[in-house]
Design a protein. Structure first.
Length: 100
């Protein structure tokens, strides 16, 4: 099954919305079971980093299904994100790369 990456950046001053929506977001992300490969927040710079976006690596049938998954994310439906990209991805190198 093809891999896809969702990269999303939060709107400015939206940490409270992120925190309030997080349980629903996590439920959505984990709803795809082992098709979810890696996910976590992007962080601000500095001594006290805060979440400022999202990164999700997952399997989907095709780009349309990947975009539908991204659009249904509670963070997206709550209006948290300023930008969202959904791109196909191929693991080329790294210790965790799936066997070919």
């Amino acid at each position: 099954m093809p891999l896809f990456i969702i990269t999303a950046r939060d709107k400015p001053n939206s940490l409270d919305l992120r925190v309030a929506t997080r349980p629903a977001h996590l439920a959505h992300a984990t709803s795809i079971g082992d098709r979810l490969k890696l996910a976590g927040p992007l962080l601000t710079e500095g001594a006290d980093p805060k979440p400022c976006g999202s990164f999700i690596l997952f399997e989907a049938d095709d780009l349309a299904a990947a975009k539908a998954f991204a659009a249904a994310d509670p963070y997206a439906t709550a209006g948290l994100f300023e930008t969202v990209s959904v791109d196909g991805w191929n693991a080329a190198v790294g210790a965790w790369r799936p066997a070919s």
